[in-house]
Design a protein around this ligand. Structure first.
Ligand code: NAD
Length: 323
């Protein structure tokens, strides 16, 4: 059993990662423990995934192709921990221990070298993900699990562009990763069942509840989520109600914890548009086509909370109506 550096406090002892990993392509699995994780992409999701991996006690390497994104990612993590300290939920000692588990890398080869599992969280573009996975196959150890955090692209297609589809898997985390309990594990037809069980163990060690979903575009979550968000944007553009009234309708009328427009801003309008485009293509169905208002917001760089403006204005720190 590996006891990570971030695990000395009582609060986090239960989180200590006792995760077994199988070695590929050996015939029989060799059980060892996860020691080192690499996260590719330090945006909304990658920074959250890296944060939780560091908190779990793993040596966590975070890489991004853009230095400013890497800086923003680490700043978000630090701010999260600082807020935890000011609310009395985190101690300074924990923050120090977790920080020491987190290593920023400016080269992908350094990040993935010696990693037991690599979790990719780059933008939702098939071409980009395929090329990253081809790189990972060459750079990561031959026994490492290669996971994608895609929201809905076919994992089998990403896996098929490697020569090791048996160790490629979908691990779909939710935003914000440190707070959201769900992890959707996406099983495609060429994956080895050992990979599936390791991904499940990894998720559980990170404190997540896992569900197992077959590799159908949009999985069990994104398909419903983006359709609701796109329809809410259509209703906003038709003047059915204000953005906050549409959100309140779903919060109070249907007990959703957050309205679909606010949630779209939180997820990122670009991310939502990419998912809609990939669903429209996969199902050859125009009903998934992003609404023109969504397209125009993305084109003008209004991507939601992360850029300061989206459907709402977030620049003051509070959500205010703007459309
Ligand atoms: N935002 C969400 O709520 C959410 C939820 C679940 C899953 N996802 C999925 O997670 C993935 C990432 O989404 P996100 O919201 O974090 O996006 P994001 O735009 O916030 O972050 C993507 C990061 O990848 C970096 N990047 C771009 N090209 C790269 C490359 N070649 N190598 C390394 N880094 C690169 C960017 O600089 C950026 O920091 C997508 O597949 C998305 O569908 C997003």
């Amino acid at each position: 059993m590996y006891l990570g550096r971030g695990c000395s406090s009582l609060l986090w002892q239960h989180m200590v990662a006792r995760v077994s990993t199988a070695y590929f392509p050996a015939d029989l699995p060799t059980l060892v423990t996860i020691r080192r994780v690499a996260v590719i992409g330090a945006g909304t999701m990658g920074s959250g995934i890296a944060q939780v991996c560091a908190q779990t006690g793993w040596e966590t390497h975070l890489f991004d192709a853009f230095p400013e994104s890497l800086e923003r990612g680490i700043r978000n993590i630090e701010e999260f921990w600082e807020r935890g300290i000011s609310k009395g939920k985190t101690t300074s000692q924990q923050k120090e221990e977790w920080s020491s588990n987190l290593i920023l890398d400016s080269e992908i080869s350094e990040a993935v070298m010696d990693s037991d599992i690599v979790i990719e969280a780059v933008p939702e573009k098939m071409e980009l993900k395929r090329s990253i996975f081809q790189e990972l196959e060459d750079l990561a150890p031959p026994n490492a699990i290669l996971a994608t955090n895609t929201s809905g692209l076919p994992v089998s297609e990403i896996a098929a562009h490697t020569s090791c589809p048996e160790r490629v898997i979908g691990m779909h985390f939710f935003n914000p990763v440190p707070l959201m309990k769900l992890l959707e594990i996406v099983r495609h037809k060429s994956v080895d069942e050992r990979t599936v069980s390791i991904a499940k163990e990894v998720g559980e060690a990170m404190g997540k509840t896992t569900i197992l979903v077959n590799d159908v575009p949009g999985f069990a979550t994104s398909r419903l989520g983006v359709v609701l968000g796109n329809e809410a944007i259509r209703m906003l553009s038709e003047g059915v109600a204000s953005a906050s009234d549409i959100d309140t309708a779903m919060r109070l009328g249907y007990r959703h914890p957050m309205g679909p427009l606010e949630l779209s801003d939180l997820v990122g309008l670009d991310v939502r548009m990419d998912i809609l485009n990939s669903l429209a293509e996969a199902f050859q169905d125009d009903s998934y086509t992003p609404h023109p208002l969504l397209k125009s917001l993305v084109e003008s760089g209004d991507l939601g909370k992360k850029s300061g403006r989206g459907i709402y204005d977030w620049t003051t720190g509070e959500k205010t109506e703007r459309l």
